[in-house]
Design a protein around this ligand. Structure first.
Ligand code: ZN
Length: 135
């Protein structure tokens, strides 16, 4: 079951530069910056209300995010929904013929399980599913 919109991911060339707008000019509060995927991805988390904006930068031009930035430039990259059971959600997507980027969930440095659904199956939108460690 989908619980809520957890965050919106925004692809940026440089997290520090982007914080100049999102933190200082717009007034969002930076929670923390993390290095994910073995240091290849830098992510800044800016919570607002019950959701977050996630600024994502890659150090790997060959990654999905690197290719996205090269092709489309900075901008909205993905939407992330929190789910109560990520395995059940992926099974449901598979049963309905959706193309998955991650057949099994990955785990980030905060212990969240996450998986991406291919934008080809989601009307051009990259969708991420999140399951918190304690749910
Ligand atoms: Zn995300």
């Amino acid at each position: 079951m989908l619980l809520r919109l957890d965050h919106i991911g925004i692809a940026v060339q440089n997290v520090s530069d982007a914080l100049g707008f999102f933190e200082r000019a717009l007034g969002m509060k930076l929670d923390h910056v993390a290095l994910e995927e073995g240091g290849r991805t830098e992510v800044a988390f800016l919570p607002v209300g019950g959701s977050e904006v996630e600024l994502v930068q890659t150090h790997d031009p060959e990654s999905g995010l690197g290719k996205f930035l090269a092709k489309r430039g900075e901008g909205i990259h993905h939407l992330c929904f929190e789910v109560d059971d990520i395995h059940a959600a992926l099974a449901r997507l598979r049963e309905n013929g959706a193309q998955l980027i991650d057949e099994t969930p990955r785990v980030n440095t905060s212990g969240m399980q996450y998986a991406f659904i291919h934008p080809k199956s989601a009307h051009g939108v990259l969708i991420e599913l999140y399951q918190k460690p304690n749910s």
